[in-house]
Write a protein that binds this ligand. Structure first.
Ligand SMILES: Cc1cc2nc3c(=O)[nH]c(=O)nc-3n(C[C@H](O)[C@H](O)[C@H](O)COP(=O)(O)OP(=O)(O)OC[C@H]3O[C@@H](n4cnc5c(N)ncnc54)[C@H](O)[C@@H]3O)c2cc1C
Length: 386
């Protein structure tokens, strides 16, 4: 019998729901607490690559995900007028699992929440952890409703501003402002957008990700002052101004932005906590441990892999708990560090295109090398970890 019989998962995002379900499916009693009062997840869609889909397959929900999403297997890099520079067919997936399936964040959460329910996870919303008392053979968590829960392991999947990470490391590891920000808006999908695409501009990049037959999101990444106080009511005007150099469907979308447009802005604030991601019986995963620039669309995928592999390693049964958590930390850190460095370098490269001359040079470089670079990344991300 494994020594981990009861687990508290803090945070009901993709990582927390996956971890909770993976533990519960292996016979562990799981309590998941979520700060928000309900699972009405805000935000646009999520692109889920092969490696995320393999986790969902292991949880038994792949058919539902595929039925809810839009599958694609290519990405394209264009210039700002949508003149093609390079097309890349992802070396991801197999007969069962497509390279990518994008779906609404809300739908993904509904599917994962239902899977957690079927596995027997107890979910309580509107709750956080007040205090964490670590003892050699257990953890006592005092929740914000005053109740105490005694568990064998506390797994913090509580996102980029994780209080579990703060409990472990104080302010030693916190997300840092990259100086870049990401804009996103959900819009009808023009028929020409058939895969993920990037439009390399001068001083910024724009792109699209299909979400459904009739829907996609447009994104825009550019330098933004970390302390910029951007008012939500100004978003349509600000995004319109920022997209001024772009042609094709981007110009049409920019022209249509108004106060009804569902625009999301988030500063890009990466963090990569060094391993080990635990102390005693308290461990972190997902955005709490690593957040990368969005270029590989791997944030939720890495969180899902963390959740699944945490349960697998902890319940493997051989060795002390410290050794099992160390195995989790080391294997996950290596993979997440690849995503972090690859995405960060990509962002710096694209954002270093500042003049028409830079763009002419980038066009030649991308045509020559982008697909080879992406293939190298595909090979790593397609390697089986589940
Ligand atoms: C606009 C945007 C678009 C993105 N697009 C993609 C994409 O296309 N593909 C992709 O793979 N990734 C994408 N990402 C990244 C992805 O969303 C994250 O990497 C992923 O959601 C991380 O999952 P998580 O479970 O670790 O954290 P989160 O999703 O942040 O979940 C953490 C949860 O914990 C809860 N919580 C926080 N603190 C507490 C507390 N103290 N107590 C209890 N609960 C708490 C929060 O309410 C939240 O529900 C995108 C991110 C953004 C911002």
């Amino acid at each position: 019998m494994n020594d981990i019989r009861r687990v508290l998962v803090v945070g009901g995002g993709v990582g927390g729901l996956t971890a909770a379900t993976a533990f519960a499916r292996r016979g562990v009693e799981v309590l998941l607490i979520e700060r928000r009062p309900a699972f009405d997840v805000p935000g646009v869609g999520l692109g889920q690559p092969t490696n995320a889909l393999r986790v969902y397959d292991a949880l038994g929900v792949l058919p539902e995900i595929l039925a809810s999403g839009f599958a694609y297997d290519r990405m394209f890099i264009f210039d700002q007028n949508r003149e093609l520079i390079v097309a890349h067919k992802f070396l991801l997936g197999d007969a069962k699992v497509p390279a990518f399936c994008a779906l609404s964040r809300l739908r993904l959460h509904e599917i994962l929440l239902a899977a957690a329910g079927r596995a027997g996870v107890e979910v309580r919303t509107g709750l956080t952890v007040g205090e964490i008392h670590e003892e050699p053979d257990r953890v006592v968590a005092v929740l914000s409703d005053g109740r105490s829960e005694t568990v064998d392991l506390l797994a913090g999947f509580d996102g980029i501003r994780s209080t579990t990470r703060q409990h472990l490391f104080g302010t030693a590891f916190v997300p840092h402002a990259s100086g870049y920000g990401g804009w996103r808006v959900q819009v009808p999908r023009p028929a020409c957008v058939r895969g993920m695409e990037f439009l390399q501009g001068i001083g910024s990049k724009t792109g699209a990700m299909p979400l459904a037959d009739d829907l996609m999101y447009l994104f825009h990444i550019r330098p933004e002052a970390p302390d910029a106080a951007l008012e939500r009511r100004d978003y349509p005007r600000l995004l319109k101004e920022r997209l001024a150099q772009y042609g094709s469907y981007v110009a049409e979308i920019a022209g249509s932005l108004d106060e009804n447009s569902d625009i999301v802005y988030s500063p890009i604030e990466p963090i990569l906590v060094p391993w080990p991601w635990f102390r005693g019986r308290v461990v972190i995963g997902g955005d709490a441990a690593h957040t990368s620039p969005p270029h590989l669309t791997q944030g939720a995928a890495m969180a899902a892999e963390d959740g699944y592999i945490l349960a697998r390693e902890v319940l493997a049964g051989d060795g002390a708990l410290d050794e099992r958590l160390m195995r989790y930390s080391q294997t996950r850190h290596a993979r997440c560090a690849f995503v972090y460095t690859f995405s960060y370098q990509w962002m710096l490269d694209e954002q270093s295109v500042r003049t028409a001359k830079d763009l002419a040079a980038a066009r030649i470089e991308l045509a020559q090398n982008a697909s080879t670079r992406l293939a190298a990344s595909d090979r790593i991300l397609d390697s089986r970890v589940i």
